[in-house]
Design a protein around this ligand. Sequence first.
Ligand SMILES: *Cc1c(COP(=O)(O)O)cnc(C)c1O
Length: 387
Amino acid sequence: MIDIISTDKQYVANTYNRFPVELVSGKGSKVYDKDGKEYIDMGSGIGVTAFGIADTEWANAVSEQAAKLQHMSNLYYTQPCALLAKALCEKTGLKKAFFSNSGAEANECAIKVARKWAAENKGEDCYTIVTLQNSFHGRTLTTLAATGQDHFHKLFKPLTAGFIHTPTNDIEALKNTVNDNNVAAVMFECVQGEGGVIALEPEFVKAIAELSKEKNFLIIVDEVQTGNGRTGKFYGYMNYGINPDVVTTAKGLGGGLPIGAAVLGDRVENVLGFGDHGSTYGGNPVCAAGALNVINRIDDTLLAEVSKKSEYIFETLKNADGIENVSGMGLMIGIKTTKPAAEVVKAAMEKGVLCLTAKDKVRLLPALNIPFDELKWAIDIIKEVAK
Ligand SMILES: *Cc1c(COP(=O)(O)O)cnc(C)c1O
């Protein structure tokens, strides 16, 4: 029989430092490797499988659509795309959605919207987009430029011009940056995911909102990871009481199929006109049908459950041996362990729990509907191996 790990190593580009495990199937928050070993999935494909693996309702929505109309050009109307846009707008109060296939592309759209809005409303020399140090916005050359972490930039220059990174949670520095530059937009994650699962301070987010009025720039919130119920609210910004102009999302939106969205508020809903942007696959009927199923199921009951599970994780791990601190929001959790995070993740995996890392932390992004007993079991293992 063909060995998948060695075949992958030989033929797939070396961009992922994969764990030595070949996963073949799963159900909910349980996943199985090729030898039948069971794991509790505390990463959900980096916050993608919002309702777990092979969720029946989601799989039905997707397969019914696949058997009916799997793709059509965006030159025609299709039902899932329109209904998904409507659901996103109704749940956020925003006005229009542009669909893409990934988080990076959703952010590309937001950046194009900000540039065109600023060119038309503030002049063509107003193009600067301010982002935060330690942020992560994607891997395309433009979203890399937006990403405020130098180690991602090395050897890929020149990147797209027009981005400035300001220190996270530093209001004075932010004020100086927006005073000294002709700013089109400020773009940020409410909880920096790849940067180590760090929630922004409410005062800092409030300062961005106040400055955006004073200086007339747009607020773009990157909800690729924090969106779609992950933080215990429908979108992460809803924890902060602000009204963004553009909200980008992906990951959990599709529940396991590639879809991204840039959702546009009333100041920018008509900035993009015919031909200004596009994507062959954007809003694809199968992906949109899956996403619609996900979005329709994120209700107050589920969100309350997310918060309850979050509290349980914080309470259980906060003062445990070998754990220095727990950060994040909802089911987006960073754990600073005394032992190196990679060592803890490896030990947890051997005991049947799949975790992620972010910077020097163990990162957890379980499915929103992970059963409480499976969550408890996984957290006990993490606690034990972190000791
Ligand atoms: C994952 C992520 C992205 C990039 O999404 P892709 O789908 O990998 O392009 C962008 N922003 C944030 C905050 C993310 O977590």
